[in-house]
Design a protein around this ligand. Structure first.
Ligand SMILES: [Zn+2]
Length: 240
C-alpha cells in the first residue's frame, strides 16, 4: 500500500520555506537551527488533522485549488508561528541555538558519499497511547552509538519538551569508495525509559553513494520509524 499524508507534505514545505526566509531576513528573531526546525514541524504535525491519500492520486490532489487550500495553508502558517515562538522560548538545552558555538554547518568529507536521511519516530506508553516525555533513545550500529552529522544532533536523544515522544537522528555522512555500489545499514533504535521495559527496533536503510556529501538540511529526506509502544517493567513482553 502506498499511502501518503498530504498534510505532512504541506507542513514540511511551509516550515522549510519560513525557516529559509527567516535565516536570510531575520525578521522574527527566532532560531533557525535544524533542531528547532524539526521541533516546530512536529509541533504542527501533532496539531493538524492528517489527510491520507493513495500516492498515485497525489497529482489530482495537488491540482485542487481554491479557498479550501488557501485556508489550509493559512492555518498551517499560523501554527508554525505559534510553535516556533514556543520552541524559541524554551529551546532544548543540549543544542546550540541561534548559530552559537559550535558552528552549525555540518562537517562533511569530500567526494563520493553515503548521505543518510534523518531518522525519526515516536514512542508511546503502550497502556494509554500517551507520548513518553522522558527517557532516552539511542541509535546504534553493531552495538556502538552512531556518530551524528554535527554536535547539534544528540545521540542518545533525550525525550523532553514540547515535542514529547518524538526523537530524531541525523547520522554523519560516510565516505564512499571509488566505484562503490549500494550499501545496507542495519540500525538499532533502542528506547530506554525509567520504569518501562527497554525496547529495540531494527531499521534497515539502503543507500547508494552520491557524488557529494550533503551539507544542506531538508525535512523532505526522512526515514520514518513506525510508532513504538513501551510497557511497564514486569508486564508481558510485547514484541513490536
Ligand atoms: Zn534552535
Amino acid at each position: 500500500m502506498d499511502i501518503r499524508n498530504v498534510m505532512e507534505d504541506l507542513v514540511k514545505t511551509v516550515v522549510d520555506e519560513l525557516f529559509d526566509a527567516e535565516a536570510k531576513e531575520k525578521r522574527l528573531g527566532y532560531c533557525t537551527c535544524d533542531q528547532c526546525k524539526h521541533d516546530v514541524a512536529c509541533y504542527v504535525l501533532n496539531r493538524v488533522k492528517p489527510e491520507y491519500i493513495v500516492s498515485s492520486r497525489g497529482l489530482a490532489y495537488s491540482e485542487r485549488e481554491g479557498l479550501d487550500k488557501v485556508q489550509r495553508q493559512a492555518d498551517v502558517i499560523s501554527l508554525v508561528r505559534e510553535g516556533w515562538g514556543k520552541v524559541s522560548h524554551a529551546p532544548r538545552q543540549t543544542t546550540a541555538h541561534y548559530g552559537a558555538e559550535p558552528e552549525t554547518a555540518p562537517v562533511h568529507d569530500e567526494g563520493p558519499a553515503y548521505n543518510f536521511p534523518t531518522i525519526m519516530g515516536r514512542v508511546f506508553d503502550g497502556r494509554n497511547f500517551a507520548p513518553l516525555g522522558e527517557g532516552r533513545v539511542r541509535l546504534l550500529e553493531g552495538g556502538a552509538e552512531v556518530q551524528m552529522v554535527d554536535p547539534n544532533w544528540q545521540n542518545p536523544f533525550v525525550l523532553a519538551g514540547a515535542t514529547a515522544g518524538t526523537y530524531i537522528f541525523w547520522p554523519r555522512t560516510v565516505s564512499g569508495q571509488e566505484g562503490g555500489g549500494g550499501r545496507r545499514w542495519n540500525f538499532e533504535i533502542r528506547v530506554e525509559v525509567p520504569g518501562f521495559d527497554a525496547l529495540s527496533h531494527f531499521a534497515v536503510i539502503d543507500l547508494s553513494p552520491e557524488r557529494e556529501a550533503r551539507a544542506d538540511f531538508s525535512l523532505q529526506r526522512v526515514h520514518k520509524v513506525p510508532d513504538l509502544y513501551l510497557f511497564p517493567e514486569g508486564q508481558a513482553d510485547e514484541d513490536i
